[in-house]
Design a protein around this ligand. Structure first.
Ligand code: AP5
Length: 190
């Protein structure tokens, strides 16, 4: 199995690069943001609760996203591996992911962090908000809150993987193909 955490702040390119990686390596893409948006689109109770927090740029509770990931791991028992996008976002989520994988005799092989400065992130998200209407991209205040949540609660997750010697950081600015080449090189070293 090959299990990769793709890490980085909002707008770093995790979703974009995930598409290339799943095509190349045949992994299953698990994006907690996509799973939550699907709950919202289906009008579930979970979706309604999550929407308030997401529209406000805040993280949803750990138990909610850990439960979603646990279900996905259980329903994809024959997978060649997983790419985790937007998860884990807190140290508690990282610890839970280690336990879930250990219970399946598996583990995270590595984390790749996409480094992009705050100004570039804001520009990318505002542009996407204009084009797609995604509510949490719509205004600079919510984008700033998402970046603050990342710095306060998510950045420490990098330390968790550094302590396990599983962390690599790459430049997330440049063409999508150039960035994919860098990720590809890291994965080859696992
Ligand atoms: P989520 O959906 O995970 O959003 P995010 O982390 O804010 O990530 P984005 O999708 O905005 O960015 P990305 O890094 O995937 O970049 P992308 O490839 O899309 O989460 C949304 C919300 O859900 C959270 O705020 C939270 O409320 C909740 N949530 C989700 N997971 C959670 C968890 N685990 N715990 C708690 N709460 C959770 O690219 C962005 C844009 O840039 C695109 O328009 C793209 O075309 C463009 N772009 C990409 N690469 C490049 C490039 N190289 N050059 C120029 N433009 C580029």
């Amino acid at each position: 199995m090959l299990n990769l955490v793709l890490f980085g702040p909002p707008g770093a390119g995790k979703g974009t690069q995930s598409q290339n990686i799943i095509e190349k390596f045949g992994l299953i893409h698990l994006s907690t943001g996509d799973l939550l948006r699907s709950e919202i689109a289906n009008g579930t109770e979970l979706g309604l609760e999550a929407k308030k927090l997401m529209d406000d740029g805040l993280l949803v509770p750990d138990a909610v996203v850990i439960g979603m990931i646990s279900n996905k791991l259980d329903s994809n028992k024959d997978a060649k591996g997983f790419i985790f996008d937007g998860f884990p976002r807190t140290v508690a989520q990282a610890e839970a992911l280690d336990s879930l994988l250990a219970s399946k005799d598996s583990q995270i092989d590595g984390m790749v962090a996409l480094e992009v400065d705050a100004e570039e992130l804001k520009q990318r998200l505002l542009l996407r908000g204009k084009e797609s209407g995604r509510p949490d991209d719509a205004n600079p205040e919510v984008i700033a809150k998402r970046i603050k949540e990342y710095n306060d609660k998510t950045a420490p997750v990098a330390e968790f993987y550094k302590a396990q010697n599983k962390f690599t950081s790459i430049n997330g600015i440049g063409s999508i193909n150039e960035i994919f080449d860098s990720i590809h090189e890291v994965i080859q070293g696992f």
